[in-house]
Design a protein. Structure first.
Length: 453
């Protein structure tokens, strides 16, 4: 299936692309793909972005939109999508050399077959004729860190502050109330680390249905966050580029989730993100280096479990003040649709995969919530036939599988997640074992649950 990205109305599809669905990216008029990131650039004092950073963001924004708006059900196997896309860039001669690497990397990220083609354009998404009188001052900051509002990025921000860093925290506001949570956390950081500069930049992004040459929209959408995580990273890199070519970008996430070993054989094609897997980060870094972007990308939690991360900074005042407000849930806004009970959102549901990992990581500090495991038993008794319980049963199955897993079998599973050196396989073997032990410890707190396992 072909797609044509139209940037600031730069060009209509050529004859080879007349069967393509079109998606537009326009800053000041209606478009099918939209984002507030250009406004952030402008408020940081940029009337025009460096071409290579704008190109990177347009690529990330295009992938995000396509991933969201192309349903897997439209393809023969209802899973593997074949996506051919023409993306307009300002530095085509540089990006042309990276097409094959992008195709490999995006296939790893989304599980699809990608065929990216770049075309030259002179249209600038970030151009403003006049200078902005209202500027955001980040001159005192020395790094950029992704800040989702989840437990890992929250702990990552605290670690940077404890290390004496002054970060710009970049957040994607996927739903309105998330920004409020993020800003409250940053307010607390400023109170506890008042000698350091801390800035929070939240952005929005979305995509509407693409249309073919006859104006017919492509029906259906896809519930996925894989492309979103690439956009998140590209936005952060563009901001780091404004700060300086050597400004590092941190993407804090525990290695247990980043490794992304499937919970069960039936979940090998799940939609969980692969953005922090070393294979992806190394591949993206290679692409960036080839086009002349030198901002380093680093996940300093890559070889730690979530529990180890929590215990690393659990005694800090900022952690104690706000860890309970972090949102790690895979569907934090479902409560909006409750017919009975509370409609407050966002909340951690407590029983999806990320929530269970979160509970296991907090068991050394969660003194006030000792009924977590009892709640899990109750949940099994009441929701065992419901789709709500699918993640819980998959996690329990993975714990059961882990009991009989040999070293050789575990190393094979780790290698199947992506290309890794022998040394990294060994590091991840430790992380996976510790992560499974954390889950086992959590479930063993209740005799009925241990008996169930």
């Amino acid at each position: 299936m072909k797609f044509w990205i139209n940037k600031e109305n730069d060009a209509e599809p050529t004859r080879d692309w007349n069967e393509a669905y079109c998606m537009s990216i326009n800053r000041d008029s209606w478009s099918t793909i939209y984002s507030s990131v250009p406004s952030i650039w402008y408020h940081l004092g940029k009337q025009s972005m460096e071409y290579i950073y704008e190109d990177l963001f347009i690529i990330g924004l295009s992938v995000f939109a396509l991933d969201k708006r192309i349903s897997r059900s439209l393809f023969d196997d209802a899973w593997t999508r074949e996506i051919e896309v023409s993306i307009p860039v300002l530095e085509k001669n540089k990006w042309d050399r990276t097409c094959d690497k992008w195709n490999e990397l995006l296939s790893f990220l989304t599980g699809d077959i990608w065929k990216i083609k770049f075309r030259s354009t002179s249209a600038e998404y970030g151009f403003h004729k006049n200078a902005n009188r209202s500027k955001i001052d980040i001159s005192g900051c020395d790094c950029v860190s992704l800040f989702s509002g989840g437990l890992d990025s929250f702990c990552g921000a605290i670690k940077l502050l404890e290390d004496g860093k002054s970060p710009v925290l970049v957040g994607h506001n996927e739903y309105p109330k998330l920004r409020y949570i993020q800003e409250n956390m940053v307010k607390d950081f400023r109170s506890n680390y008042d000698s350091q500069s801390i800035s929070f930049l939240g952005f929005t992004a979305g995509a509407r249905a693409p249309k073919n040459i006859e104006g017919e929209p492509l029906r259906k959408t896809e519930n996925t966050s894989r492309g979103r995580s690439l956009l998140f990273l590209c936005a952060a890199i563009s901001i780091a580029g404004i700060m300086g070519a050597d400004t590092p970008v941190y993407i804090p996430e525990n290695g247990f989730i980043g490794l992304n070993i499937s919970l069960t054989n039936s979940r090998k094609g799940s939609c969980s993100t692969r953005t922090t897997h070393p294979f992806f980060l190394e591949g993206l870094s290679e692409i960036l280096g080839e086009v002349g972007i030198h901002n380093r990308i680093e996940n300093f939690f890559a070889y730690k479990t979530k529990r180890e991360i929590v215990n690393l900074i659990a005694e800090t005042q900022s952690f104690k003040n706000n860890y309970m407000n972090t949102i790690s849930c895979s569907h934090p806004c479902v409560a909006r649709y409750n017919r009975t009970g509370s409609r407050e959102y966002p909340v951690n549901c407590g029983f999806c995969y990320p929530c269970l990992i979160r509970k296991a990581s907090l068991q050394d500090v969660e003194i006030s919530e000792k009924n977590d495991v009892e709640d899990t038993i109750s949940f099994i008794n009441t929701e065992s036939e419901s789709t709500k319980s699918s993640d819980l049963f998959a996690v329990l199955s993975s714990v059961h599988r882990y009991k009989g897993l040999s070293d050789k079998e575990l190393r094979r599973m780790i290698r199947c997640t992506g290309k890794l050196s022998k040394e990294k396989v060994e590091w991840f073997e430790r992380v996976y074992r510790e992560g499974m032990n954390d889950l086992t410890d959590f479930f063993k707190n209740e005799p009925d649950m241990e008996k169930y396992l």
